[in-house]
Design a protein around this ligand. Structure first.
Ligand code: C2E
Ligand code: MG
Ligand code: MG
Ligand code: MG
Length: 280
């Protein structure tokens, strides 16, 4: 029967394919239920002002433990949510959660939240975000939205419009994973960013060879000439930190400062940090 429908249908009946389709369908069902039951969590990773050493905010990172008790990485369930249209629900649920958490932090701390590229095709996005902020009572100035270069490709005019609305409301915009995406620099110039986040793949290569060194310097200088602050992602040791500090990078993020933690661990993390800094 399958064979009679031609080669394309036949492919679907290959056992490996079939298993893959079944796994995906199961995961999609589980993700739907997890969203329905509000079982997704947000963890928070510190962002550190490299001039003062102060924690200037946290990046919200989605976490999901499935029904078998396994941690499903965001790099798996976020693309699934994008493909199935669940991303808007997931986003709203997690942003609500994160706003509640951020309200208990000090007023200077920003909540940085990732957007999926497909969300930049949603005209209602600024209204959705402002509605959540309003209900949570979190000032728009406390929110920063992270988008990747890929978010600007599908509909650049709409992306620009959305970014302008967010900016007009006082929400900050960061360009995430800079240097790994589309990188059409002439296109990038039409968008305004408050922050540019240098991808962690560049940290791994820093100080190793002259060529990657030059690229890092070029990214930092581009960021500066666009009047954006620069964040370095994925700092894992002191050497990497010293390197980016010497290049005038503004903000650091990475395991060296702290891993993503649940909301309830944030106050303790900040207290411990205070103690360490005051005895240093
Ligand atoms: P991202 O936005 O670039 O987030 C940074 C990722 O690097 C996080 O991975 C974080 O845990 C990891 N990281 C931070 N410091 C270090 C370090 O020092 N070393 C190493 N090796 N890794 C570090 P995570 O949490 O697995 O998230 C992966 C990606 O999934 C994120 O990359 C983001 O693109 C996406 N994501 C996570 N949460 C959300 C969300 O709520 N919405 C959307 N749309 N995307 C999300
Ligand atoms: Mg991010
Ligand atoms: Mg990133
Ligand atoms: Mg990333």
């Amino acid at each position: 029967e399958a064979k009679s429908r031609g080669p394309n249908n036949y492919i679907l009946f290959e056992p490996e394919m079939q298993a893959k389709v079944a796994r995906r369908a199961k995961l999609e069902g589980e993700l739907r239920r997890a969203i329905d039951q509000d079982r997704l969590a947000v963890h928070y990773q510190p962002l550190v002002d490299l001039r003062t050493g102060d924690v200037c905010g946290f990046e919200a990172l989605a976490r999901w433990t499935n029904e078998d008790g396994e941690q499903v990485p965001p790099n798996v369930f976020i693309p699934l949510a994008e493909e199935t249209g669940l991303i808007t629900l997931l986003f709203q649920q997690l942003l609500r959660q994160a706003c509640e958490a951020a309200k208990s932090w000090s007023d200077e701390m920003v909540l940085s939240f990732n957007l999926s590229p497909v969300q930049m095709e949603d005209r209602m996005l600024p209204a959705r975000i402002l509605d959540i902020l309003g209900k949570a009572g979190l000032p728009p100035q406390r929110l920063e939205i992270e988008i990747t270069e890929n978010a600007l490709i599908a509909d650049p005019a709409l992306a620009e419009q959305i970014m302008q609305s967010l900016n007009a409301a006082g929400i900050q915009i960061a360009l995430d994973d800079f240097g790994t995406g589309y990188s059409n620099l002439s296109q990038l110039a039409r968008f305004r960013f408050d922050k540019i986040k240098i991808d962690k793949s560049f940290v791994a290569t820093c100080g190793k060879d002259e060529r990657s060194e030059k690229i890092i310097q070029a990214m930092l200088s581009l960021s500066r000439s666009l009047h954006a602050r620069t964040t370095v992602e994925g700092v894992e040791d002191y050497g990497q930190l010293a390197h980016f500090v010497s290049h005038g990078c503004d903000i650091g993020q990475g395991y060296f400062f702290g891993k993503p933690i649940p909301a309830e661990e944030v106050p303790g993390f900040l207290r411990r940090r205070e103690r360490v800094l005051s005895t240093a």
